[in-house]
Design a protein around this ligand. Structure first.
Ligand SMILES: [Zn+2]
Length: 94
């Protein structure tokens, strides 16, 4: 038997009701990849740490969600790198 798999990705976490949404998924043993901005991670660090502890993953969704088609390459790079730093802060808080 070859079980079918689906991957759930969610944009722009952690939002205000992050834990409520995560709870709905956790009750059903559903894992998600939450694409988070670095700014949201820093604003809601406890929620980001909670997500990792629950077995979810955090993706890089830029630092503060600019339109990448409208920023310079160096600004795009800064957006990604700042969010990498924010995600490392989550790892350090575990
Ligand atoms: Zn987005």
């Amino acid at each position: 038997m070859n079980p079918k798999r689906a991957y759930l990705t969610i944009d722009d976490g952690p939002a205000a009701n992050f834990r409520e949404k995560m709870g709905v998924l956790d009750e059903r043993d559903i894992w998600a990849l939450w694409f988070c901005t670095g700014a949201a991670i820093e604003r809601q660090m406890d929620d980001a740490v909670h997500a990792i502890r629950k077995g979810h993953a955090l993706g890089n969704h830029s630092f503060d969600h600019p339109r990448f088609s409208e920023v310079s390459l160096s600004e795009a790079r800064r957006q990604i790198e700042e969010t990498v730093r924010s995600r490392k802060d989550v790892a350090c808080a575990l």
